[in-house]
Design a protein around this ligand. Structure first.
Ligand code: B1M
Length: 212
């Protein structure tokens, strides 16, 4: 299972997931001990610069294929996977870049976060409405353009206006985003890549090492 993820082989991962169900393996065990070590290892390699982005995306696709097979069975058995937190994610208004945001969504989802992905060019009002609807713990705003980074500030201001913060944490990211910008707009955190975003989200939920 681990190898099918590392090889970025969705068909093989899905087949192994099906086989594990046929063999009576608890789907939670299959996720946590079979497939998850693969995506964790791939993420570590990517973080160290030892894996290229397309390979990480392929690993993520394989992970998604396995989870797609196992998740309905997990729900059916009533054995809930531990949810680390609920995250509303989107790209800022006016911005259609979504490759990095999708990667963040996949890594967080594969690691136990419940993700509500609003897609691209999301308005502050849409972020706020979804955060209220799903009782989000974290709102994540991606922006790739210097012209759309102001949209991150607008979302944070809207969360404040609606009284959602400080309970709801706001995190930001994207190629041009810096720690200085995050501090300037009062974000609860920023990360340079999807792996750091996972560490950041975990630490905001009190489940990991604090991120500076
Ligand atoms: Co655009 N684009 N693009 N583009 N594009 C950039 C961003 C640019 C830097 C290219 C350049 O000129 N060198 C430039 C921005 C300049 C600036 O503002 N400073 C630019 C421009 C100008 C534009 C257009 C305006 C071009 C035009 O039409 N004249 C236009 C804008 C359209 C719009 O949004 N309104 C445009 C369009 C496009 C495409 C549609 C062609 C395509 C997007 C396809 C898609 O996303 N579906 C595209 C692409 C692919 C790029 C580049 C080449 C690559 C972006 C990417 O996917 N990187 C980009 C140049 C570059 O960044 N080197 C560029 C890979 C991805 C994995 O990395 O997105 O950085 P990244 O995500 C990382 C981290 O940033 C972080 O984790 C991710 C994974 O590790 N991260 C987060 C991201 N979001 C996060 C959120 C978090 C935490 C971490 O928490 C919430």
């Amino acid at each position: 299972m681990r190898q099918s993820i590392l090889e970025g082989a969705p068909a093989l991962a899905a087949e192994l997931a099906q086989q594990s169900l046929r063999d009576g393996v608890d789907p939670l065990i299959a996720v946590n001990h079979g497939f998850a070590p693969g995506i964790t290892f791939a993420g570590d390699q990517f973080g160290r610069g030892e894996m290229f982005l397309p390979d990480l995306l392929a690993c993520a696709e394989a992970m998604k294929a396995a989870i797609k097979i196992l998740e309905p069975e997990i729900v059916k058995r009533g054995s809930q996977r531990e949810i680390l937190g609920t995250v509303v994610l989107g790209t800022a208004r006016g911005d259609i870049h979504d490759i990095g945001k999708n990667l963040v969504a996949t890594i967080l989802s594969a690691s136990g976060f419940q993700i509500f992905d609003l897609g691209t060019s999301v308005t502050p009002e849409q972020f706020v409405a979804k955060a209220k609807e799903v009782d989000a713990d974290i709102v994540g705003i991606s922006a790739l353009l210097t012209t759309t980074m102001v949209g991150q500030r607008a979302v944070i201001e809207a969360l404040d206006r609606n009284g959602l913060r400080p309970r709801v944490k706001a995190i930001i990211g994207g190629a041009a985003v810096t720690a200085k910008w995050a501090a300037e707009i009062g974000a609860d955190g920023y990360s340079r890549n999807a792996i750091d975003a996972l560490e950041l989200a975990k630490s905001l939920m009190g489940k990991g090492t604090p991120v500076a």
